[in-house]
Write a protein that binds this ligand. Structure first.
Ligand SMILES: Cc1cc2nc3c(=O)[nH]c(=O)nc-3n(C[C@H](O)[C@H](O)[C@H](O)COP(=O)(O)OP(=O)(O)OC[C@H]3O[C@@H](n4cnc5c(N)ncnc54)[C@H](O)[C@@H]3O)c2cc1C
Length: 380
């Protein structure tokens, strides 16, 4: 697996997937054929997470090939991300509680042998060990494998989901506060209260094309329980006014300014914000940091090619910018946490897709799904 670190490679992958594999997506998407054979899903998440390409452009490309009906499954998956994002925006306390719990659990488990064996891929479960290796080597796992992995972590290895989610965030190129935290919560049974996802031997065998056998798992565990409930916090996602002579901050979730809703606005300068481990609560692996840094450099180069004044700065330097600034909204996660905890009051610009879709994220995905045709017709 090779994830090129430019918008050009993202576009190339998108085009190739749509031309050659999209037609079989709904039939094959649940299969994980192994690290060397990933063409049955798009593998676009590392790019979409970083805004190198965006959801609407992927959907548009898919609709240029097939009708909405034929594409429905793929479009639904693309918009799961938007849904999870919106769900967390309306309940930011879930992320804050996750990090606070993680702090305590890390301390409790720092010498725990089962935990250490799990992250080293030294358990008695062969497929799990292979996935640990794959995650560290390729920084990506198939969606079904993420579900099996999380389920085995929680229900067979009996480890806290918070540590598993941290392990994913450290190593995934597409690591994302919303999709990851809520994906793990969903597997454990605290996201949809009382409904957990249990990995089973037959399911792993079938969907790995018999690559693994004799998988001894706890297939009957009850869901985990959390007494924390989160009511929706009403938020104002309206855009701040863009005034003359303002500079723009771009965070790691919007690394293609030229396709944003604000591409035609004039900014004095664009600052692309890099966030290294110093200011992250979850420390990312060297490979993930490098991936981000190369994507950031690619964005800088593309802006320079258009003669747009821009500079890459570390998040710690935002406070030294003397111009008036405005920022593309970084969404709930480590970058927003940094701004809040350092009392950096920045006015934000929100993507139109988010402003429109997040109003439908108050309930479950099945409810959100009903609005997908409306979302598509609004933006297409
Ligand atoms: C425990 C767990 C943790 C996860 N952590 C992350 C994460 O940190 N970052 C991340 O981007 N995704 C995460 N996912 C969601 C999903 O696994 C990946 O987005 C998907 O595997 C990416 O592969 P793909 O691009 O080939 O997907 P495709 O099947 O080609 O789907 C196309 C796009 O749809 C979106 N998408 C698909 N499935 C999901 C989903 N279940 N949730 C949200 N968006 C989805 C992605 O943007 C993806 O690129 C997680 C899922 C689980 C179960």
């Amino acid at each position: 697996m090779n994830f090129g670190t430019s918008r050009a490679s993202a576009i190339e992958n998108l085009n190739k997937f749509v031309d050659q594999n999209l037609f079989e997506y709904s039939k094959l998407r649940n299969f994980d054929f192994g690290p060397e054979n990933k063409s049955n899903t798009s593998c676009l998440s590392p790019y979409i997470t970083h805004g190198v390409i965006n959801e609407l452009e992927v959907i548009k490309k898919s609709l240029s090939k097939f009708s909405f009906t034929k594409n429905e499954k793929f479009i639904q998956e693309i918009l799961w991300r938007t849904y999870w994002k919106g769900w967390l925006e309306l309940r930011p306390g879930v992320w804050i509680d996750y990090l606070n719990d993680l702090k305590k659990i890390r301390e409790e488990f720092k010498d725990n042998t089962d935990y250490k064996n799990a992250i080293e891929g030294n358990t008695s479960i062969e497929c799990f060990n292979e996935w640990v290796k794959e995650l560290k080597e390729n920084n990506y796992l198939h969606n079904h494998t993420r579900m099996w992995f999380a389920s085995i972590w929680v229900f067979t290895l009996d480890l806290p989901w918070q540590l598993g989610a941290e392990f994913f965030m450290k190593n995934l190129y597409d690591g994302d506060a919303a999709s990851n935290t809520l994906g793990w919560r969903w597997v454990t049974g605290i996201q949809t209260q009382g409904k957990n996802y249990l990995a089973s031997e037959w399911n792993i065998k079938k969907f790995t094309n018999n690559r693994f056998n004799k998988i001894k798992l706890n297939e009957n565990a009850p869901p985990k329980f959390s007494d924390k409930t989160y009511s929706i916090i009403k938020q104002d996602f309206s855009n701040s006014e863009i005034i003359e002579n303002q500079s723009l901050l771009i965070f790691e979730n919007n690394l293609s300014f030229e396709i944003t809703d604000f591409q035609n606005n004039k900014f004095k300068k664009i600052y692309i914000i890099s966030n290294n481990n110093e200011n992250r609560y979850i420390k990312l692996s060297e490979k993930v940091l490098k991936f981000k840094s190369l994507l950031i450099k690619d964005q800088e180069q593309r802006l320079k090619n258009k003669s747009i004044d821009c500079e890459i700065i570390d998040i710690g330097e935002i406070k030294n910018i003397s111009n008036k600034t405005i920022g593309l909204y970084p969404t709930v996660g480590e970058n927003l946490d940094y701004l809040n905890s350092n009392n950096l009051k920045i006015d934000f610009l929100y993507r139109r897709l988010d402003q429109y879709s997040w109003q439908y994220c108050n309930k479950g995905f099945f409810n959100f799904k009903n609005y997908i045709p409306k979302i598509i017709s609004t933006f297409n």
